[in-house]
Design a protein. Structure first.
Length: 126
């Protein structure tokens, strides 16, 4: 097993980035850059982090739900409205970031007029 990996851009030789369907995700295209199931992390000894970019068209969203993973959402382009548990919704703009522990109930929705590009980093429970 390797100690590191370089991920090439999608469509370039050596890339293992892939799109997939995610339960509770609507009007979006989630992709994986690194994960334990084929996006590269399985090539690194002891790797656990999952990372991808999700593209949300206007109106694209996720169900209001929780997962067991620590999560980071970083808005690369566009904007997303974030709803977290009993809090008022918050609009995240490009450059804004959200970080939570596993089990937090949340959802995001692109209420803007352009496609939003969001970097997603997940850490499964240890």
């Amino acid at each position: 097993m390797a100690k590191y990996m370089i991920q090439r851009a999608r469509g370039r030789e050596g890339s293992s980035i892939y799109a997939y369907e995610a339960a509770g995700h609507f009007e979006c295209v989630p992709t994986r850059l690194f994960d334990k199931d084929g996006g590269g992390a399985n090539a690194i000894d002891g790797a656990k982090i999952i990372m991808g970019i999700t593209y949300f068209v206007p109106g694209g969203n996720t169900a209001f739900a929780s997962n067991p993973m620590e999560s980071i959402y970083y808005i690369l382009e566009g904007q997303m409205t974030l709803k977290v548990e009993d809090e008022e919704p918050t609009v995240l703009q490009a450059g804004d970031c959200f970080h939570c522990v596993g089990g937090v109930t949340k959802s995001v929705c692109n209420e803007g007029e352009t496609t939003t590009k969001m970097l997603v980093v997940l850490m499964p429970p240890q």
